[in-house]
Ligand binder design. Structure first.
Ligand code: NAP
Length: 286
């Protein structure tokens, strides 16, 4: 194996430590710890695990976790009322509505109801617009985590060719904006991209965010490239990414593993966003 393994757990620990320091400084000024509200609707087991970990991370960083757990039959109006209350609450700096929501609830309407100043998932149109315009705002956690890792690894972005496979509003699109804002040349690929392997081979930084196990092969990787695997796929072999790790690691300069790569960064950046939202609100900036 030629590639350096990028340790997401270590980068995540570094961010959490930084956040805890910022919380310790900010809490006396606010007169209370920063607060993150989590809203969980229904019984999806994976969502329960994710929210439990987010709440644990919030408290470990010295912040307050405010939690609402609602039954699967919750109506859209009821959920909108909860979001409305959290928007008004002076103790809540960030609101996270765990996705996916049950089918009867229109996800876009719920996201749109979140006060952009408390949008720590960075999914509202306001947050996306600010990011697209290169203006300060709250950035979706997984793409923010990718950038944090690249910075921590000392990967140069200015002038680099960054290719992202996947164009979701959660990962691919915001990541393209972040790369562009960092002066990389971003290419976004999707299911209709022609000659995908050829486009990937141009990448100095190759990001896979597809949801297709081991799709990106070593032969798609430019020698020495940095490969970031966002994918999380549950298979008979356990958790695997969107990159075929063994073959890609033979060619890449650095690569993230799955698990232990991008995954741990997502919660760390949620905590970072919550402190950021609290700081911006206390400064009257949003
Ligand atoms: P998504 O919304 O399903 O988007 C997948 C994207 O991949 C789409 O843009 C799709 O193209 C593209 N795609 C699908 N098949 C393709 C193919 N054969 N060739 C090229 N592009 C293809 O997924 P997502 O929410 O972005 O998540 C992607 C992966 O990241 C999943 O495995 C998810 O579990 C994981 N994830 C991990 C974290 C983390 O914390 N590590 C966070 C979020 C997501 P079209 O637009 O043309 O359909």
């Amino acid at each position: 194996m030629a590639a350096r393994i990028i340790d997401g757990k270590a980068h995540s620990a570094r961010v959490r430590e930084r956040v805890a320091g910022e919380v310790a400084e900010l809490a006396p000024a606010l007169g209370r710890p920063p607060g993150l509200a989590t809203v969980l609707v229904g019984e999806d087991p994976a969502s329960h695990v994710y929210v439990r970990n987010k709440r644990k991370g919030t408290e470990e960083a010295g912040m307050r976790s405010i939690h609402h757990e609602l039954p699967a039959e919750t109506s859209q109006e009821e959920l909108l009322a909860v979001v409305g209350e959290l928007n008004e609450s002076p103790d809540v700096d960030g609101i996270l509505v765990q996705l996916p929501l049950p089918d009867a609830i229109e996800q876009d309407a719920i996201i749109a109801a979140i006060d952009p100043a408390k949008d720590v998932d960075g999914l509202t149109a306001t947050s996306a617009g600010l990011l697209a315009q290169g203006r300060p705002g709250l950035v979706p956690c997984t793409p923010a985590g990718v950038m944090e890792m690249l910075a921590g690894e000392g990967v140069g972005l200015a002038g680099a060719d960054a290719v992202i496979v996947g164009r979701s509003i959660l990962v691919g699109r915001p990541l393209a904006a972040l790369f562009t804002n960092a002066n990389a040349t971003a290419t976004v690929c999707h299911s209709r991209t022609r000659d995908l392997a050829e486009v990937c081979r141009r990448a100095d930084i190759l990001v896979a965010a597809v949801g297709s196990p081991r799709m990106v092969e070593g032969s798609w990787v430019k020698p020495g490239a940095t490969v970031i695997d966002v994918g999380i796929n549950r298979t008979d072999d356990g958790l695997v990414g969107d990159v075929d790790f063994e073959s890609a690691a033979e060619v890449a300069g650095a690569i993230t593993p799955v698990p232990g790569g991008v995954g741990p960064m997502t919660i760390a950046m949620l905590l970072q966003n919550t402190v950021r939202a609290a700081k911006l609100a206390s400064a009257g900036a949003v």
